[in-house]
Design a protein around this ligand. Sequence first.
Ligand code: FES
Ligand code: FES
Length: 213
Amino acid sequence: MDGPRPVCSAWLARLFPRPGPVRRTATQGAVCKKGRSVITLTVNDTAYELDLDPRTSLLDALRDHLALTGTKKGCDHGQCGACTVLVNSRRINSCLTLAVMHEGDAVTTIEGVGTPEALHPMQASFLDHDGFQCGYCTPGQIISALGMLDEFRSGWPSHVSESLEGEPELSNEEISERMSGNICRCSAYPNIVDAIRRARDESVATGGNKEPA
Ligand code: FES
Ligand code: FES
């Protein structure tokens, strides 16, 4: 099929959902009460107060307490990357960390990246390059791509970088290696790599930034 495949608005809204209900609160330190923990998280620039079981993962806190279901639960064991979010601008697997470990941290989920009406350039590039099939891994792929490009811009080498110094070329091999923590059961990998490359190249060409903002 030539060109991007048509995507209906309902599917787009499911792929890149809006934020859920908001509970705002003043910032406060973590509080323990009767086996519960009360913490404050800033998620997508909004402060939330969460009263939760201290064993709650960050992933479950986002999905079950804040109704931010854009972040997906795949394996729940740190193996698939579907749950990737940015914490203080660094990508992590949110299933592998407890919410109480992130008191006061700033979390970015796919809901904070763009909306169906105003897609982030990386989201638009995934659509243009057919970078998904079922879409289950896509939020994690996009968050991971943004974190990965920030790491690349900061000069972090990867396992396939020829030199540990200087900025390597962002080859397909570099993108694949740096995105290897994000599994796609539909095997959309070639198109995912194309989408990330195009988003990054267009950002450099048009904005002077080295990553999509
Ligand atoms: S759900 Fe977290 S890595 Fe798979
Ligand atoms: S698009 Fe289906 S898992 Fe990646």
